[in-house]
Write a protein that binds this ligand. Structure first.
Ligand SMILES: [Zn+2]
Length: 152
């Protein structure tokens, strides 16, 4: 299950619209406990794919920088995201192949796809080599970064 504050869902959609027709991408940082992930910070990254309107590839140096930044904030990476500017936010074959390379099969990271066309986001986890939908909860309260972990 992935919990995202409404304000951060908005941020994902705004980035997707701003970057269109290129796919937007980035990492999600927050806290996790078992199967329960809370997003506290969205780390935008530059899409360095050669055809950024049909694929995404996160800038590798940016990924390292963002991971250090996340660690400084006391957060861990709970997932990644990219947008489908013109199509439905469902995993493409290329998405599934990419996810198999970067995610393990325990479903402990969320794979979020932002769909500006349907004004929404969808989230998946890798299980049995396939990206399967996971429960998405949009919360009104934003996570306070220095509070106790809110995962129960
Ligand atoms: Zn995709």
């Amino acid at each position: 299950m992935l919990v995202i504050p409404l304000a951060l869902v908005d941020e994902l959609l705004r980035q997707a619209v701003r970057e269109g027709p290129r796919e937007a991408c980035g990492l999600l940082f927050g806290r996790s406990s078992g199967d329960h992930r809370n997003v506290a910070w969205i780390a935008e990254l530059t899409n360095v794919a050669t055809a950024p309107d049909a694929a995404f590839e996160m800038d590798p140096a940016g990924v390292l920088r963002r991971e250090r930044e996340g660690a400084r904030r006391g957060l861990r990476q709970v997932g990644c995201y990219h947008s489908h500017p013109a199509t439905s936010p469902r995993p493409s074959r290329r998405d599934t192949e990419g996810a198999r390379q970067v995610l393990d099969d325990r479903g402990n990271r969320s794979y979020v796809i932002v769909g500006p066309q349907e004004h929404g986001v969808r989230t998946y986890v890798l299980r049995g080599g396939a990206l399967v939908p996971e429960l998405l909860v949009i919360s009104r309260a934003s996570l306070t970064l220095d509070s106790e972990a809110t995962c129960r």
